[in-house]
Design a protein around this ligand. Structure first.
Ligand code: FAD
Ligand code: EPU
Length: 335
């Protein structure tokens, strides 16, 4: 059942060599429980689509890849539908399913790589929407007891690229199923500037769900590298939230610094702007570098090691701190 010494390169979007001591897949909860049972004492690492991971070393113990499939309607009213989705379902396939069935809520999250099971981990988000907006609950296996627990919306403690599973419960649960409550009547969110501009460029004033999804896909393709062509894990850093005095200080030298108000005392500054302004955009260091079209994305030009990419990220963190007194936080999970 366990494969030994498996190269994880094909299972991650950064495309970096790293070997799992033991590797297995599971496509149902019973198999998962039995694998966890057999692995007692071994370190466990859960893998979805490998699109938010940087592997900096070989992985000791057992790597378990989630392949639980299935999208089913668990409940339906005249207004909404509740979908129960297997954690191994490809995220974009779920979004396409919702669009084909005219279930509203996930369209702005089109083309995000990865699995449904990982989506609550960091409350994935894009273009003004996060999964917390249509998340109802999830089921997860507790590694210590092999029991299935249900987590409500509140119990997940969602935040910006955050959840309880990235903090307090890190490494303790394996998400097996996620439930999404979607709307059956048109509710579209096109407030994000780039979506409006994309729709306007096509002369669309009252968009359909498919047109919003197509607009998002087109914007994403124009700036984010396709992992099949260039290894990456999306945004490497989070957009930092800074206090007003820090922001005002930057404004003295850069009056046009972009920002989004978060509260009366705090603003969010795009990390992409900080990294670009610090001079890193398009820079190549050894076999890795900073993407030419999106400074928030670190890329593997081929043959990069995880250590090399990590060191590049540290050099960026240090330089941005020296120049702006802002400490960037990595968004990608480092193993
Ligand atoms: P993995 O990389 O396999 O795992 C990520 C973490 O979750 C790991 O710590 C892993 O151990 C854990 N994990 C995985 N599955 C489970 C499970 N079932 N139970 C418990 N723990 C689990 N993210 C956004 O939010 N917005 C974006 O717009 C976005 N754009 C991206 C664009 C590109 C080109 C790429 C490559 C990535 C992008 N990402 C984005 C990041 C990534 O797609 C998401 O974080 C995604 O949810 C990761 O899913 P995954 O299945 O690949 O997770
Ligand atoms: N910017 C620059 N230079 C760059 C990139 C960005 O100056 O090279 C500035 C510009 O001012 C731009 C602003 O940053 O207007 C925002 O850029 P963009 O719309 O590309 O979004 P982002 O803040 O860089 C975030 C998410 C993405 C998500 C997009 C769209 C984070 C860490 N990243 O990126 O998520 O797709 O918004 O909503 O919040 C991911 O998490 O992996 C990811 C790709």
């Amino acid at each position: 059942m366990f494969r030994k010494h498996v190269n994880l390169k094909p299972y991650t979007t950064f495309g970096i060599d790293s070997y799992a001591e033991l590797f297995a897949t599971f496509s149902d909860v019973k198999t998962l429980q039995s694998l966890v049972d057999q692995s007692a004492g071994n370190q466990l690492t859960i893998l979805g689509g490998g699109s938010n991971l940087l592997l900096t070393k070989d992985i000791q113990g057992l790597v378990l890849k989630n392949e639980i499939l299935g999208v089913e309607v668990a409940e339906e009213t005249t207004e909404t539908v509740l979908l129960k989705v297997g954690g191994g379902v490809v995220w974009h396939d779920l979004v396409m399913f919702s669009i084909e069935n005219q279930y509203y809520g996930l369209e702005n999250l089109s083309l995000i790589p990865g699995s449904v099971g990982a989506s609550p981990m960091q409350n994935i988000g894009a273009y003004g929407v996060e999964i917390k907006d249509c998340f109802e609950k999830l089921e997860a296996l507790e590694i210590a007891t092999k029991e299935i627990h249900t987590f409500s919306h509140e119990a997940c403690e969602f935040g910006y690229r955050e959840s309880v599973f990235k903090r307090k419960l890190k490494g303790k649960f394996i998400i097996t199923h996620v439930y999404f409550r979607l709307q059956k009547h048109a509710v579209l969110n096109t407030s994000y500037g780039a979506i409006n501009a994309e729709l306007a460029s096509k002369g669309i004033t009252i968009p359909s769900i498919k047109e919003v999804s197509d607009a998002v896909i087109s914007i994403r393709k124009s700036k984010l590298p396709d992992p099949k062509e260039l290894g990456n894990a999306g945004s490497f850093f989070k957009n930092p939230v800074v206090s007003n005095p820090v922001y005002e200080n930057i404004k003295i030298s850069y009056p046009d610094v972009p920002s989004y108000t978060i509260s009366s005392n705090h603003v969010k500054i795009p990390a992409g702007w900080l990294i670009e302004t610090a001079g890193w955009k398009g820079k190549k260091v050894g076999n890795c570098g900073v993407h030419t079209k999106q400074a928030l994305v670190l890329v593997n030009y081929g043959g990069a090691t995880g250590k090399e990419v990590f060191e590049l990220s540290q050099a960026i963190i240090d330089d941005v701190y020296t120049k702006f007194s802002i400490e960037l936080e990595r968004e990608v999970n480092i193993l």
